[in-house]
Design a protein. Structure first.
Length: 118
C-alpha cells in the first residue's frame, strides 16, 4: 500500500486574508494560533477520516503556495530516497511543537515542494 496524503498547507504573505478566503469559500473552521505566529489549523468539517491542514504566514522567500505532506514511517529514509531520485532537501527533519512528531520538506526535480510527516 502507498503512503497516504496526511496534511495540506497553504502558505501566504497575507495569511489572514487567505485564511478568510478558504474559511468562507469552503465553510472550513480556521483557527489561528498566536503562539505559532498566526498559523491556523484547519478543520474541513469532513469527518475523522478527512485530511487535516494548516494556513500560515510566509517565513522565507519562495515558500508561498500549496504543499501536501505524505505520512511516512521513516522520515530520514524517505528524505534520502527523494534525494536519490532527483529531489533536493529543503527543510531537514524538524520537530513540530507539541506532540505532532516531525516533518521535512523536499523539492522534486521541477521545484514542487512536498512535505514528509512522520
Amino acid at each position: 500500500m502507498g503512503q497516504p496524503v496526511a496534511f495540506f498547507e497553504v502558505i501566504s504573505t497575507d495569511q489572514e486574508r487567505v485564511q478568510k478566503i478558504y474559511a468562507d469559500l469552503f465553510d472550513w473552521q480556521v483557527t489561528p494560533d498566536p503562539a505559532m505566529g498566526g498559523y491556523a489549523l484547519v478543520d474541513t468539517g469532513a469527518g475523522g477520516a478527512a485530511i487535516i491542514g494548516g494556513i500560515g504566514p510566509s517565513i522565507a522567500l519562495g515558500d508561498t503556495g500549496v504543499k501536501i505532506y505524505m505520512r511516512v514511517d521513516d522520515l530520514d529514509g524517505y528524505l534520502e530516497r527523494a534525494e536519490a531520485l532527483g529531489g533536493k532537501k529543503v527543510v531537514p527533519p524538524t520537530d513540530l511543537p507539541g506532540d505532532h512528531s516531525r516533518y521535512a520538506i523536499f523539492a522534486d526535480p521541477d521545484g514542487n515542494l512536498v512535505g514528509l510527516w512522520a
